[in-house]
Design a protein around this ligand. Sequence first.
Ligand SMILES: NC(=O)c1ccc[n+]([C@@H]2O[C@H](COP(=O)([O-])OP(=O)(O)OC[C@H]3O[C@@H](n4cnc5c(N)ncnc54)[C@H](O)[C@@H]3O)[C@@H](O)[C@H]2O)c1
Length: 253
Amino acid sequence: MRLQNKVAIVTGGGAGMGLAVSLAYAREGAAVVVAEINRANGEAAVQAIRDAGGQAIFAQTDVADSAQAAAMVDAAVEAFGGLDILYANAAVQLVGKDARAHELSEEAWDRTYNINIRGVWLCAKYAIPALLKRGGGSIVNVASPTGLLGCAPGFTAYSSAKGAVYGLTRVMAADYARDKIRVNALIPGATETPLTRELFADDATRNSLIAATPLGRLGRADDVVGLAVFLASDESAYCTGGFFPVDGGLTAI
Ligand SMILES: NC(=O)c1ccc[n+]([C@@H]2O[C@H](COP(=O)([O-])OP(=O)(O)OC[C@H]3O[C@@H](n4cnc5c(N)ncnc54)[C@H](O)[C@@H]3O)[C@@H](O)[C@H]2O)c1
């Protein structure tokens, strides 16, 4: 039980890697707030946690909405008495709408930015006062190989917003280190989830990503849970401002 007596919020915790992390945090003893825009998936995640003997509540949340991000933190404090961990995972990749710069609509740009970077900041903005009250905590921002070393060609909004996650991670790490709030970025590789289902259905894309991944396969949602638990737990007490890949070696070559 590496997260015993901790309270965690997982944004986008109802599907894909967020679901895997919600389940893992609960298995490790944390009380989990599944903060999810999709009610059915969020409630199913909570049910699965409770069925396994864990503690969880659902907070219907659009991370791009300030009032909902604030309410998500209030729900954690009300249900579980405080907050220790924010796993900022919710994001979108608008396949078919995200595009090269001159072909991209302002609507697709704004939606991607509102969720993928403004949403990460908003959740931190409301979570940090609760973490300060606890005397510290851990924020894990889910980034991407895209924006760290290279890009996802044709995905101008997604690539550039994910790039901003690194800057946000570092400035928050610097600003809150003396408050014992650690802020790190977890970098998944090409991982099979609902987000990538459409993209990876294309054999050429799929095969090129497998070929680019030294470990020779796509990621599975569960691949991130070991690192996600480590970064949330006291085991990573000396880690802040770091970028941690769990990507089959994708960013190594
Ligand atoms: N899958 C990959 O290959 C890959 C690679 C690198 C980084 N990532 C990143 O990992 C994270 C998780 O990705 P995934 O593949 O598991 O995605 P996913 O689409 O499978 O799951 C994302 C979850 O976030 C929720 N969500 C979407 N918008 C939301 C909002 N506005 N407010 C609250 N919840 C919202 C969705 O309902 C969904 O449950 C994302 O930040 C993604 O950018 C994914």
